[in-house]
Design a protein around this ligand. Structure first.
Ligand code: 3MF
Ligand code: MG
Length: 348
């Protein structure tokens, strides 16, 4: 499989049991070792981790125990030729974060969140990466009057500064999402994420992770969100997937809802040489109907769709595009793109 210089990653949660808000699991859990086999089988290069995927039960472990378990994980990955792209503290499941993590109204909960994020940084060291991803899942409100958004913005900034100070090497990518689980999140878009990073004590170590479905839920175009971040050198990672309109977060396979929207994400990434610095991360879920043995095809499809779209992007006659833009013949340009998307490309 020609990968055109791209490296691919996903998190173990992309292979999941199919539970949703209205029904229980429909597939048995796979143990971590068998998930690792899927990375190899499908041609992925790197693993994205929640802190407790790497070190289960870390809240009850000592710093030494955490370090040793992370080292063992790193060793296992090295044996398989896999690297780690990032670690993300899971700040949304613990009882201490019910009312928010860094923006909780309870000072002891804010303290817990900061300590937990520091542990995630310690784990990232052992796993050989300096990238920390912060999906600020519960930083927002169900009830607007319950929190002060002005103060919350400063609380987020203080937390980021504390983490940048804790480790002079760490780079932090904020993963914005406008809603779910909260009604209204404080950092809903890439613009908010970039702006917050610029206010910290070290903007050079701050950036964002753009997730397609999150941008769509915010009513924005993922390719423009990518371009905005890339134009300032702020795109540290991506979660490519797809989303059918403004409803619950779907994490559909990349390009499975809107192929042209996927094409445009690949177009921006490829044109601006994303492959030379970043990894193509996927955040996709198999639909609930899929039985366990085949509930990995969403990953295969997403990776192959990405590579096929790289071929489409690179096959487009840029001189013809320029000429059509100069003539302002945008309908012809529209056809050129549609025609390119409908042509049969060689399969990777
Ligand atoms: C939620 C998400 C998360 C984050 C992950 C890493 C389950 O909508 O997208 O995936 O990407 O926790 O930050
Ligand atoms: Mg995500």
């Amino acid at each position: 499989m020609e990968k055109y210089g791209y490296r691919f990653s996903f998190g173990p949660w992309n292979i999941h049991e199919g539970a949703d808000s209205f029904g229980p699991s429909v597939r048995p859990s796979r143990d971590f070792e068998s998930k690792l086999a899927v990375f190899k089988e499908l041609g992925f290069d790197a693993v994205q981790f929640h802190d407790d995927d790497a070190v289960p039960g870390l809240d009850d472990l000592s710093a030494t125990q955490i370090r040793e378990r992370a080292q063992a994980m790193h060793q296992r990955l090295s044996e398989l030729g896999l690297v780690v792209e990032f670690v993300a503290p899971r700040l949304w499941e613990h009882p201490m974060t019910i009312d928010g993590a860094f923006t909780s109204n309870d000072a002891s909960a804010r303290e817990y969140a900061l300590e937990r994020a520091k542990k995630a940084i310690d784990i990232s060291h052992e796993l050989g990466t300096n990238l920390l991803v912060l999906w600020l899942a519960r930083e927002g409100t169900y009830l607007r009057e319950a929190k002060d958004a002005y103060q919350a913005t400063h609380q987020l900034l203080e937390a980021l500064n504390a983490l940048l100070e804790y480790d002079p090497q760490v780079r932090i990518a904020i993963e914005p999402k406008p809603n779910e689980p909260m009604d209204l999140a404080y950092i809903p878009t890439i613009g908010h994420g970039v702006a917050l990073g610029l206010q910290t004590i070290d903007p050079s170590r701050m950036g964002v992770l753009m997730e397609s479905a999150h941008a769509i839920l915010a009513g924005l175009d993922p390719s423009d969100e990518i371009a905005f971040a890339m134009s300032f050198g702020k795109l540290l990672s991506v979660h490519l997937n797809d989303q059918n309109g403004l409803k619950y977060d779907q994490d559909r396979a990349f390009g499975s809802v809107d192929l042209r929207r996927a094409f445009n994400q690949v177009r921006v990434l490829d044109t601006h040489l994303y492959w030379s610095a970043g990894m193509v991360g996927l955040d996709v879920k198999a639909i609930r109907t899929q039985p366990a043995p085949i509930a990995i095809k969403h990953l295969r499809n997403s990776l192959h769709t990405f590579l096929r779209l790289v071929e489409v992007v690179r096959s487009i006659d840029q001189q013809a595009v320029k000429a059509l833009i100069a003539q302002r013949d945008y309908e012809e340009l529209d056809w050129l793109i549609l025609d390119s998307l409908m042509r049969r490309q060689g399969s990777p």
